[in-house]
Design a protein around this ligand. Sequence first.
Ligand SMILES: *Cc1c(COP(=O)(O)O)cnc(C)c1O
Length: 220
Amino acid sequence: MLVNKDNYYRIAEEVKSRNGILVAVSKTKPVEAIKELYELGHRDFAENYVQELLQKQPLLPKDINWHFIGHLQSNKVKFIAPFIHLIQSVDSSKLLTEINKQAAKNARNIDVLLQVHIAAEETKFGFDKEELFKFMEQLKKDSLSNISIKGLMGMASFTNDENKIRKEFSGLYSIFEDLKSSRSTTFTVLSMGMSSDYKLALEEGSTMVRVGSLLFGERN
Ligand SMILES: *Cc1c(COP(=O)(O)O)cnc(C)c1O
């Protein structure tokens, strides 16, 4: 057994009861594990590394919705552009421009989330709040016709301090609500919450959680 089914059914139910989407984070896990969850009816999977995604994707059913959640280099976009379902980790205008270009080349539209830096740690990628609002203003002028910005993604600090995590999530939620009110109806996704904090995230308004280790076991 490569999937913890009890956890899967429980978390899927929790997420569904809030009309959210559960994304299974399969990084470092074998295709057999993905297949096992797929057999249970699951379709949304996420990977962090382009190379790993490119190895797995051809071996798996074509109706999987692949999410990209890792730091993405512009020169790698072309490899995932033909099939990627949602790029959640857009953290620069250069990257967004490249995704638009590669989407056009593939005659498709690519959905993206903008990654927002909400954690205290220095290492996390993403826009900070001011950058994000500026960037969204700029986007009203630029025409990126092969991209849909569906919402925001963020990661809380790596800490046991629940209050801190909650504050970071609620901060992101209020940014999301601000932007949502000034944008089209397609701005609907707030991706926040992982194995350790998805419950808090749902309580703070998450519409999409990204869960790995609770479904597939700890990574090495
Ligand atoms: C690895 C990862 C996850 C899943 O982490 P777990 O703690 O295993 O649930 C979620 N989001 C991002 C961006 C990740 O890199």
